[in-house]
Write a protein that binds this ligand. Structure first.
Ligand SMILES: Nc1nc2c(ncn2[C@@H]2O[C@H](COP(=O)(O)OP(=O)(O)OP(=O)(O)O)[C@@H](O)[C@H]2O)c(=O)[nH]1
Ligand SMILES: [Mg+2]
Length: 399
């Protein structure tokens, strides 16, 4: 029998080992090494928090609050401040229940981010979670850029037991979105999750492409609850903040999926995101299997980070179909953002960050469909002499 997989909390705790070494060891040295609560104590603490990727805003808030509480509670011992720090970080990272209101309504989740951060994987995991809640889920494979992207998402769709709509390689991703949105409406789907191609946040034309997809969702499905979730790689550190700011210009962000929190030393970024961007971390990823994504829980995260003993928190159940096996690394462009926060993609002609394209045959033959789509007209396509737009030719497939 396969060894039972550890609970999410244990995996999170284990994943945060390096971050713990990076931040908590230093914090403890200040709390237990300082003889009194004076300016030096606050300065040392500030330095460690900033070095630990917690960010300037969050650090300032934490220190300010600590100064107030120390006065109010008449604390004398530096070690008494640790609890204040833990409380303060929990408060900073608290995610309101309303953050998941999309679960109660018909919604469209638009997943965006730079290359290799874990977008496709997160779409698959999220589809599994929502399907497990009994929802009718559809996913859109709007990454038509990378040859193997459709196959990769189709595997996830299969695993999560949900339908998928995609287009042929090289098709206008906005046209895939158009078709998927109309299919979602026609089929009365609860949640449509749209995967998109990874792109560099400083490439204007690619960010315009995102804006176009975003507009199409708004235009075609104005009544849907919208979620624009940026996927950020936890190993990236401060660069993740720059990515979020740029992507936020293209599609206003409603939340963050923070991935690869297993094994990064830069986990402090989770604290920075909320206070620097004012956007909540809604999901956290700690591995490559379908059950490795969970709603973000500030208490759980901070307890894991500071190794505060609690009862093991059990993960929410996902779809029973999911066996939690590691998905094959099916062409995901992994690891472009590196530990030093730099993104190092190669670039192709159209300035996309390049992923190694596998010349695999498309597992799903493109077939023309569909009874439930309207006609997509490319708003960017050239007009003919009569001023009539010429829609680009496309093919469609359903999973
Ligand atoms: N360890 C770990 N690996 C992850 C996590 N999430 C995703 N990955 C891995 O990261 C790699 C890239 O994931 P993808 O989902 O393909 O990333 P993507 O953002 O869709 O990539 P592009 O579409 O090429 O931009 C894969 O090998 C995933 O298995 C996570 O939480 N932890
Ligand atoms: Mg992808």
């Amino acid at each position: 029998m396969a060894e039972e997989k550890k609970g999410f909390f244990s995996r999170l705790k284990e994943g945060l080992n390096k971050t713990r070494d990076n931040i908590v060891a230093g914090i403890d040295a200040v709390f237990y090494g300082a003889s009194e609560i004076d300016d030096d104590f606050y300065e040392e603490l500030e330095e460690i928090l900033i070095m630990g990727d917690i960010g300037v805003n969050a650090t300032n808030d934490i220190i300010e609050r600590m100064r107030e509480e120390v006065k109010k509670r008449h604390l004398r011992q530096p070690s008494e401040c640790k609890e204040l720090l833990v409380e303060s970080i929990k408060e900073q990272m608290h995610v309101e229940e309303t953050a998941y209101d999309f679960e109660k309504e018909q919604s469209v989740i638009f997943i965006i981010g730079v290359n290799g951060v874990g977008k496709t994987t997160s779409v698959g995991k999220l589809a599994g979670i929502l399907k497990g809640q009994g929802k009718k889920v559809l996913i859109a494979a709007a990454d038509t850029f990378r040859a193997a992207a459709g196959d990769q998402l189709a595997e996830w769709a299969h695993r999560a037991g949900v339908d998928m709509i995609g287009g042929t390689d090289g098709a206008d991703p906005a046209s895939v979105i158009f078709d998927a949105v109309n299919a979602a409406k026609a089929r009365n789907v609860d949640v449509l999750i749209c995967d998109t191609a990874g792109r560099l946040h400083n490439k204007k034309n690619l960010m315009e492409e995102l804006k176009k997809m975003n507009r199409i969702i708004d235009r075609e499905f104005p009544n849907a609850h919208r979620e624009n979730l940026i996927v950020l790689d936890g190993t990236t550190g401060q660069n993740a903040l720059a990515q979020a700011r740029e992507f936020g210009e293209a599609a206003s962000l409603t939340g963050v999926i923070l991935t690869k929190m297993d094994g990064t030393a830069k986990g402090g970024i989770a604290v920075a995101i909320q206070s620097e961007l004012n956007v909540p971390v809604k999901y956290i990823g700690v591995g490559e299997t379908i059950e490795d994504l969970q709603k973000f829980n500030a208490d759980e995260f901070v307890n894991a980070l500071f190794d505060i003993k609690t009862e093991e928190t059990q993960p929410e159940s996902t779809d029973g179909d999911n066996d939690g096996k590691v998905m094959p690394n099916d062409g995901g462009c992994d690891g472009n953002p590196t530990e030093n926060g730099q993104i190092q993609p190669d670039e192709t002609d159209d300035n996309r960050a390049a992923c190694p394209e596998t010349e695999t045959e498309n597992a799903m033959d493109a077939v023309a469909v569909s009874e439930d789509k309207g006609e997509y007209v490319d708003e960017d396509s050239a007009e003919d002499e009569n001023g009539t737009e010429k829609p680009k030719k496309k093919k469609w497939f359903f999973w």
